[in-house]
Design a protein around this ligand. Sequence first.
Ligand code: PEP
Ligand code: CO
Length: 444
Amino acid sequence: MHMSTSLTWPDLPAAQQPPWPDANELDAAVGELRRLPPLVFAGECDQLTARLAQAARGEAFVLTGGDCAETFAANTADSIRARLQTVLQMSVILTYAASLPVVKMGRLAGQYFKPRSKTIETRDGVELTSYLGDAVNALSFDPESRRPDAQRLLRAYHASGSALNLVRAFTQGGYADLRQVHAWNQDFVRDSFAGQRYEQLAGEIDRALKFMHACGTNPVEFERVEFYAAHEALSMDYERALTRIDSRTGNPYDVSGHFLWIGERTRQLDGAHMQFASTIHNPVGVKVGPTAAPEDVAEVVARLNPNRIPGRLSLITRMGAGQVRDVLPGIVAKVESTGIPVVWVCDPMHGNTRESSNGYKTRLLDDVIEEVSGYFEVHRQMGTIPGGIHIELTGDDVTECLGGTGGVEEHNLHERYETACDPRLNREQSLELAFLVADMLIKR
Ligand code: PEP
Ligand code: CO
């Protein structure tokens, strides 16, 4: 596939852009990015749009999971495999319970940029640029680490390429074969309550597969899974440099990932991010928080999906457990009145962040469950389709979110609090959530 890079962009205000200290360094990095090969292909993006269209119609369910902020340090085989396993396990739970295909996406291979409420972080009277993601600066609190360094854009590209390569090998090379359903249930999680419940389900799948085999059928569909890379399109320098014209169709695609979303802080109607998302032909998402005006969301939908393509646009609502039932109906009603198809996805993480009494940024699994449950209820009442969930999770045994049968309590938070940004569900909490969502999905 040949892809050219000749695109020009209007000069619009772009929120949340890093304060790059050296324009020449930035130009050099962007110039190099423009010459590097695509990480994903246009045809794969179109395939994902078609899958998401199924979700919009209620014939599939979307599961997006991964880090709040990926780090170069965690770009290892073990860490990537553990995250992939978690999503695969959750997906099996959902598929088996609801007899629905699951569209699997990772916040992975590109989730290296973070928007921040405060551009400056102050500790003990020292002021430094906030951590803006590994593609921009480093987490540790010293002037050298926090200086935005444009070379990091290139590191982010290469890290994404190697992560995606591993994901492709795992998902196409036999590791994600449904006959491996037990093997994904590794180590600590196998002994947990949710892990045991999963083990039982895996046993049932095994028996079904053996039965089919004995009957003389062994479908190749079980050998491979489709897995798509998603991240927030935040840095306009990075995403524009990786946007190419697909010679097959003449359409521009952002080849840094299959699915790109616009965050709650950058969805200004007259801003650069909206214009960018309206230009690319990838499937896109927009986060929608509790303060969004229904008219504005309807305008977003009209701008991003004027051709009314099913699967093109996901609205990822993140209202908070306490507000979802009050706020979501107005938005759903207004958007539905446009007649433009969207995939309604629930992010039950970002409206439910709080500080623990011992000073950690955390989330309660109960709030996460409560928001998903409110989301299903609202869509049932409105006659619309709850199309998927978007979760911050990790494959490891971290202690960042509170609750679950594993019983992470405030006094445990310090044990394995490893996130570079927001608190993630650990493997066990993720499986537990999947079992509960599976029940809601059956009844939707
Ligand atoms: C995120 O997804 O990590 C994020 C920052 O979300 P939001 O834009 O919804 O706040
Ligand atoms: Co986050």
